[in-house]
Design a protein around this ligand. Structure first.
Ligand code: NAP
Ligand code: G4F
Length: 365
């Protein structure tokens, strides 16, 4: 008999990587996707025809829908809750919705599993955002976060994640559930949502490169002119259509994040559920970089060393409260799960840039 898994949030970045991983391990996968007026299955489109993959329609804010799916699959071995309103900035504008999905959604699944007496293993997608402004300091004075660092959440998203995280601990202790939480630091890649900062940057750069290509030119300060919000090609100023390109608009460039590759991180999720005992684990690279440094790497990939004229700061992308510094310590995951990340920032940027440049090339040709 195949091992059976349910993935809530299957259409997202991590859901698609986890689907690939579990199918490669010979699992039967039920992916839960909510109804939407447009198709949201782009990231899993190659899996839809696979006989061991099945889509189920459901919404984790609706307990009836969660119960229905679990009842139909009460022989499930592993349940992964990756569903969330996962954008921190948006959580300030839609705090109630974020609470319902990111916080209460997790409770809906946990309580349904208990009520239906389903004996399975459960994974919750917790987040480094839960640390917020908090950090520990090692003997060399380096700031870091691990499983013992206290939470000091700085957004409605992070508060909802903390509530879900504590709910997992409660269900583990109160009902003896095999429920684990991965406290994952930022992880990115070619499937990352387009409004997260890394993907916004790599997509913009590839769009800019293909705009320059249209004029058979490359990035060279002497042939470009810079307005407040636009970039122009000097020789084309009068006549050509499309001679201007909007600058990359960003918010806070000084925030530091510990960025890893999503494909690496879903392996840690799976490994947690293979342990005899449930637990919480920090998953990260242990390296932190500012958004500014990410820009250096990404622009550097296409040979641009000074990007200051290409980027404009737009207060619209500032958040009412910011998380300034995240840098994890994944020693526990390394020791207990044998998990280590394969990608550093350079490999991550290379993967994302290669992909986005390629996509732009295909759309032009
Ligand atoms: P993502 O790309 O935003 O995916 C979120 C998924 O949740 C999507 O499939 C989305 O469906 C689904 N979803 C949203 N609301 C739902 C609802 N009411 N019912 C059912 N499904 C719903 O996020 P991700 O980057 O893959 O992250 C996966 C999980 O890890 C999230 O819980 C996130 O908060 C957490 N996390 C992510 C990171 C990171 O750096 N990526 C770090 C730490 C924790 P639609 O396609 O319909 O929107
Ligand atoms: O890419 P971000 O939106 O990711 P953020 O806020 O760190 O959250 C992501 O990682 C969390 C794990 O720590 C997940 F739980 C969460 O679901 C999500 O996946 O922003 C990163 C940084 C922030 O400091 C933000 O203020 O980049 C800064 N930033 C600067 N300009 C921007 C922008 N962020 C976005 N999204 N867009 C900008 O234009």
């Amino acid at each position: 008999m195949k091992t059976k898994a349910i993935i809530f949030g299957v259409t997202g970045q991590d859901g698609s990587h986890l689907t690939d991983l579990l199918l490669s391990k010979n699992y039967e996968v039920i992916g839960v996707a909510r109804r939407c007026s447009v198709d949201t299955t782009e990231r899993i489109k190659d899996r839809l025809e696979c006989p061991h993959f099945h889509l189920a329609e459901g919404d984790i804010t609706d307990a009836h829908s969660v119960i229905g799916i679990l009842k139909e699959n009460d022989d499930v071995d592993e349940v992964y809750n990756l569903a969330a309103q996962s954008h921190v900035g948006i959580s300030f504008k839609q705090p109630g919705l974020t609470w319902d999905i990111t916080g209460k959604g997790c409770l809906n699944i946990l309580q349904s599993l208990v009520d239906l007496e389903i004996d399975c293993r459960f994974y919750q997608a917790s987040s480094s955002e839960m640390f917020g402004d908090s950090y520990s300091v090692d003997k060399d004075g380096k700031k870091y976060q691990d499983e013992n660092t206290k939470f000091l959440p700085q957004s409605p998203y992070a508060i909802a994640k903390v509530a879900a995280h504590y709910m997992v601990r409660l269900f583990r202790e109160a009902y003896g559930m095999h429920a684990s939480a991965g406290i994952l630091f930022n992880h990115e890649g070619e499937r990352r949502g387009e409004n997260f900062v890394t993907r916004k940057i790599t997509r913009w750069i590839s769009g800019y490169c293909s705009w320059l290509d249209r004029f058979h030119t490359s990035h060279n300060e002497n042939i470009l002119a810079f307005g407040k919000d636009e970039i122009y090609i000097r020789s084309r100023l009068d006549n050509d259509e499309g001679f201007e390109y909007p600058k990359l608009r960003l918010g806070n460039l000084d925030a530091c994040r510990d960025w890893g590759y999503a494909g690496d991180y879903v392996e840690a999720m799976w490994a947690m559920l293979q342990q005899e005992h449930p637990d919480d684990y920090v998953i990260c690279t242990g390296q932190t970089h500012s958004v500014r440094e990410f820009l250096d790497y990404a622009f550097g990939y296409v040979g641009v060393t000074d990007w200051s004229n290409l980027v404009t700061i737009d207060p619209e992308f500032y958040r009412p409260a910011e998380v300034d510094y995240l840098c994890g310590n994944a020693s526990k995951a390394k020791n207990r799960l044998g998990w280590v990340p394969k990608y550093g920032l350079e490999e991550l940027v290379q993967t994302m840039m290669e992909h986005d440049l390629d996509v732009n090339l295909q759309s032009v040709s």
